[in-house]
Write a protein that binds this ligand. Sequence first.
Ligand code: 6PG
Length: 473
Amino acid sequence: MASPQLHDLAIVGLGVMGENLALNFRRQGFAVSGFDVDEGKRERFAQRTGGSAPRSLQELAGALRTPRVLLLMVPAGAAVDAVLQDLRPWLAAGDIVIDGGNTRYTDTERRLAELQHVGILFVGAGVSGGEEGALNGPAIMPGGAPDAWPRIRPLLQAIAARAEDGQPCCEWMGPGAAGHYVKMVHNGIEYADMQVLCEAYFLMQELLGMSPREMSEVFAQWNRGELASYLVGITADILTRVDPETGRPLVDLIVDTAEQKGTGKWASQAALDLGVTAPTIAEAVFARTVSAVREQRAQAAQVLAGPAREFQGDRAAFVQVIERALLAAKVCAYAQGFGLLAAADQEYGWQLPMGTIAATWRAGCIIRAKLLEDIRGAYARDPKLANLMLAPHFADVMAGSHGALREVVASAARNGIAIPAFMSALAYYDAYRSQRLPANLLQAQRDYFGAHTYQRLDRPGKFHTKWNEERRD
Ligand code: 6PG
């Protein structure tokens, strides 16, 4: 009897993402099997993909080509540890396990160390693009045990999205937790990007009194220019949608609170831990937390004073100002994200390929945008760029757009409209380009109450002044 065909890889966790990735692998000619503890999902997988979905991990592992490749698509957290524990008895040294979830990078570091002991090659891979991306081509950011890469490269690059130049949006990010770290930073930028778009919408609605339909046209137009990106495109689309029951724009019927799964928060925490200035990413997280206290906001709206709103001026011209301001804020958010990558690189020694990271984000992922080709170019020219804004191209972009950012921030401040991501982007830009900041006074304050010492401009060393003593001057 002929032995059954061995599978090229198996997917564990057959939610929509797992199932769509399986369909994508099959389309590329790979034999894929799947496993899920849920029998219904196994049946659905077998029906939808035509692949086998055995009832046990033992059977699953037994029917894989060796060294085995398993892709975990289970919710990040305890479920990953549970699957790894159940899988261990059926794996051998040299087998490869890829965690394709939005896992916190510190968990990936821990799992790598645990599995290294038993010779299993563990890979933490960021996968971006949602359900549609999984089916038609996601961006994939793998990192971990380097020996796994030659074996998984043809598999992952085959299913990944392709950039305009034909390059697959999947490259090796580095050892350790590099892959999941890069995905976390991607999500931090995603948070900031989404928030500035929401703030642009908010300004057009609150200050200019525009309807969702009118705003949709604006976003669609922006999507044909320098701001062209997936998120601008879906925003234009969302704003056209009408609720069939009420006939009203659907966006107007959606509650103004946003949830989060944690990746933006982790990116902000990483920024604080590594001493990286990433305020626009953090503000995007806080914008979600303040949105969540909806009842308090309703009360506060009755109690707390603010200015009356009025717009005098040319509405169409102001829409163009918002477009330029968006560009400036986006560059600031990317600069912060890449700053976070550079700091992690220093800390963990991953040798993160900055230009390649930008190249990988050009298609398939949620933050895909025209801008990324220029970011790729900037890092290709200077991989050690201290800040994206210092690249000549982006210094020019900021020179041409910071004025618009100021105008937008000033108008919002005057009219009491909350646009924290725009405001933080401007503060970030101005702080970064300030030769002198008021931290001299801060040093003195710390020394005053805590004898923390200070440094001087005119001579080296640490100094302390007995500030409370009677003055001799
Ligand atoms: C992606 C997305 C994806 C997911 C986010 C949503 O790159 O495909 O980032 O991973 O949509 O996790 O995150 P929040 O629930 O925190 O908004």
